[in-house]
Design a protein around this ligand. Structure first.
Ligand code: 2P0
Length: 322
């Protein structure tokens, strides 16, 4: 039996598209910030008595395709460790309910950590990152704290994350605006595949990412939050252009998403520097220097209310214990 705690991450340069669907090898590199506020704690117990894996999330038994994804990762661990026992998986997701924030990143990172330790494997961080990747692409990055790069690589051995800066203390912060409307959404797995195979703009995406990766690393080295935010905002818009330009086109935005984007632009026009980014859902994350927290928070609260805002700081990497 072992337990692991992993935090979620928000990409500043997005992962959007796979080269290999089975191994989850991405088309491009990506770069993210791990957050302190959102995390998953998972306990795994391999038990000879079980006839099937049992997965509980926040006290609810998981079934269907979501449970199959967990078993898929457990199968990889079983194969590697020579274990045949089924597992009891008990997971607590500390992500605001219905937030629609990426919980698969923290979930599969924590699962990889707990399952591998419970099976008696002693994996390095790099090996853990590769294992987490088999569950969900964004989980590759959640092994590390702070600013993290996922190097696309070209196969299972070469596709893993690396820490760029694990202790991030130069003031970068995010506010997550929870604007989820419970609309049935297009899964990222399906959505990114639609973009790869049908958007005529996809062919320039690797060039966009290569440029943004180089620029954001320079901005991180210079601890230039405005530059980091500006790159992240533009990269997010260009990622979302790949959904709008797919065939059939789709979008993760709803009207509140557009409202939040407008407020961020207005704040900037009024001299309060902040920047937005969005993932495979309608929520908006606002990036800013903590010196601007009050101004950003109060303006967003006036529109969305404080119960829909969560302030998140840079968070730590995975912890695993027996
Ligand atoms: C990211 N997203 O870089 C991008 C930006 C959403 C938008 O990674 O198919 O759940 O499991 O690899 O990791 C969300 O997609 O997809 C994601 P799979 P995942 O954070």
């Amino acid at each position: 039996m072992a337990t692991a705690k992993a935090h979620t991450n928000i990409a500043l340069v997005k992962y959007w598209g796979k080269k290999d669907q089975e191994l989850i090898i991405p088309q491009t590199d990506s770069l993210s910030l791990t957050l302190d506020e959102f995390y998953t704690t998972t306990r795994v117990n391999f038990d000879q008595e079980l006839t099937a894996d049992q997965v509980m999330i926040n006290g609810q038994q998981l079934a269907g395709p979501a449970a199959a994804k967990v078993t898929h990762l457990l199968d990889i661990v079983r194969q590697r460790s020579g274990l045949s026992a089924r597992a009891r998986v008990d997971s607590q997701n500390h992500v605001p309910t219905a937030a629609g924030l990426a919980s698969s990143a923290s979930a599969f990172a924590a699962l990889a950590g707990a399952a591998s330790r419970a099976a008696g494997l002693q994996l390095s961080r790099r090996e853990l990152s590769r294992l987490a990747r088999r569950g969900s692409g964004s989980a590759t990055r959640s092994i590390y704290g702070g600013l993290v790069e996922w190097q696309a690589g070209h196969d299972d051995q070469t596709s893993y994350a690396l820490p760029i800066m694990e202790q991030v203390d130069f003031g970068i912060e995010m506010i997550a605006i929870l604007v989820d409307t419970h609309k049935k959404k297009v899964s990222s797995r399906f959505g990114m595949q639609q973009s790869v195979s049908t958007s005529p703009y996809y062919r320039v995406w690797p060039e966009v990412v290569a440029r943004d990766m180089a620029a954001v690393k320079k901005a991180i080295a210079a601890q230039d939050i405005d530059q980091i935010g500006a790159i992240a905002e533009e990269n997010a818009l260009r990622m979302h252009a790949l959904t709008l330009s797919a065939d059939p086109g789709f979008t993760y935005f709803d009207s509140d998403t557009i409202t939040a984007m407008t407020i961020v632009r207005e704040l900037r026009e009024n001299g309060v520097n902040c920047y937005f980014t969005m993932d495979a859902g309608p929520n908006v994350k606002v990036i800013y220097d903590q010196v601007n927290r009050k101004a950003v928070y109060s303006t967003l609260a006036a529109q969305f209310g404080t119960d829909r805002l969560v302030v998140a700081k840079p968070g730590p990497g995975i912890e695993i214990w027996n």
